[in-house]
Design a protein around this ligand. Structure first.
Ligand SMILES: [Zn+2]
Length: 181
């Protein structure tokens, strides 16, 4: 069976066993911003005591904020003003794949698959600048938290916490707490 058919088949069973619908507003009033790493799925949430309905979760490659008015910040704006989130958790993780990407190889792979040099060159920040910021995952979390704290779109009364997660042990390390002001 092809993967798509398997997923649709699984979904039929899933829908049959469905619970009562939850509110879309997060019960714990928190927004979690983290990485798309596969090992975090169904692992970071229980490690933080979060269940379905508790939090708004935003994910991308590397827990990266590229643009102060881009997609991540806009999602956080919706979480705060639209969905009642009162705290933001920025959670990076150890052994993040973004720290290991070889910029030259990725560029070569993109070119080989039909992306043009001009299209790659049009990226802002550039492919190299963007991928180069993840060498130190701890530093990335600190930078993201700092940027959000001074972002005029995020209100000052929203605590923003920065943490690192170990995708093997499940341990959370606090890098910077948001209650300190
Ligand atoms: Zn990652």
């Amino acid at each position: 069976m092809a993967l798509l058919e398997e997923i649709l088949e699984h979904n039929k069973q899933f829908v049959k066993e469905r619970e009562q619908p939850l509110s879309a507003r997060p019960a714990k009033k928190i927004a979690l911003f983290t990485c798309m790493d596969t090992r975090l799925v169904e692992f970071l949430e229980p490690a933080m005591g979060l269940r379905r309905g508790d939090a708004q979760i935003i994910k991308n490659a590397g827990t990266a904020v590229i643009d102060p008015s881009g997609g991540v910040v806009r999602s956080l704006v919706v979480a705060v003003y639209g969905m009642g989130c009162e705290e933001i958790y920025v959670v990076g993780h150890l052994d993040c794949g973004m720290g290991k990407i070889n910029e030259e190889k990725m560029e070569a792979d993109m070119l080989a698959r039909g992306v043009t040099q001009a299209q790659i060159g049009g990226l802002k920040p550039s492919l190299k600048e963007w991928l180069g910021t993840f060498r130190d995952g701890h530093e990335n979390v600190r930078r993201v938290v700092k940027g959000l704290r001074v972002n005029p779109l995020i209100p000052d009364d929203v605590p923003i916490h920065g943490l690192m997660f170990d995708p093997v042990s499940g341990r959370l390390e606090l890098l910077t707490g948001g209650y300190e002001g």
